[in-house]
Write a protein that binds this ligand. Structure first.
Ligand code: SIN
Length: 284
């Protein structure tokens, strides 16, 4: 398919664009792949509707964009070790990804982004929220930007996926969805404000799920400023709420956005398949 037929239609929220005239089940030309990559860098999240893709096509699409970064904590799809299941069963209370986060910020080389597709949706609810970290950064005062521009933050997976995490303590509720707590050891330090590797724009790079605090600051000092940033960056004007339909795909850039799964469909199943793409080291 030629990239000149593709178009991006911005959402009516603070982040993301719908991609039109793309069939992800077809092989994608290098030109089209480049168009999608720059669209991702620009809009932060790309949404596709009415796609009919099986697990092989999902994986082939991801591999056109880069190498796959296998999530070591999520259960993989049977027969597809590179595709992670994001599952919640009717008797489970906890949903994977229900706090604002960027995937894998606890890794020294954090993921570029993820491609999530809907396999089984509840009758209502189960939307995903996204927030724009370019716009959130841009809207800060020059004084606060100056403070943040010089800071680095510690990120970790231990408290989320390690033995001490609530999810793993309550293994009945996680119901085999998460595993490998012994691999929740890698911590990482990243700049608090990064220069996005594709767009060259500045983006805020801390998130509620995985950021522990600022390097050289006490826990209390870090908490006060992080809470301010989290409240700021989750304001409605920076966000978009994506309503899933059968055949919907969302592809986000972790360096430009946050996301969070809304856990408002208790008693019903929601099953998504996620492939995460390898990223690169991040710089201020
Ligand atoms: C995730 O956090 O990767 C999953 C988001 C979702 O299930 O909507």
């Amino acid at each position: 398919m030629l990239s000149n037929s593709v178009s991006f239609r911005r959402t009516n929220g603070g982040v993301g664009a719908f991609v039109e005239n793309v069939d992800l089940s077809e092989p994608l030309s290098p030109e089209l792949v480049n168009t999608l990559k720059s669209g991702l860098g620009e809009h932060g999240v790309l949404f596709f509707r009415d796609q009919d893709i099986d697990a092989d096509a999902h994986q082939a699409f991801a591999e056109c964009l880069g190498n796959i970064d296998i999530n070591r904590f999520f259960k993989p799809v049977d027969g597809y070790p590179k595709i992670a299941e994001v599952r919640k069963e009717p008797d489970q209370k906890y949903a994977i990804g229900e706090d604002w986060h960027t995937d894998h910020s606890y890794d020294q080389i954090p993921a570029l982004g993820s491609i999530l597709l809907a396999r089984e949706l509840p009758s209502r609810g189960g939307d995903t929220m996204f927030s724009n970290m370019y716009a959130a950064y841009e809207a800060l005062s020059d004084g606060l930007k100056e403070v943040l521009d010089g800071l680095q933050a510690n990120h970790s997976s231990r408290h989320r996926f390690g033995y001490q995490s609530t999810a793993n303590k309550n293994s009945k509720d996680t119901g085999g969805r998460l595993g490998n707590p012994d691999l929740a050891t890698q911590d990482a330090v990243h700049p608090v404000v990064i220069t996005h590797p594709i767009s060259g724009k500045k983006a805020l790079y801390v998130n509620r799920a995985f950021t522990l605090g600022f390097v050289g600051w006490t826990e209390a000092e870090s908490k006060a400023l992080l809470d301010l940033l989290y409240n700021h960056a989750s304001q409605p004007e920076f966000t978009y709420r994506f309503e899933w339909e059968p055949g919907s795909v969302a592809m986000w850039d972790n360096r430009a956005t946050w996301h969070k799964a809304l856990n408002d469909y208790h008693g019903e199943r929601r099953l998504m398949h996620r492939i995460t793409l390898e990223g690169e080291a991040l710089y201020a």
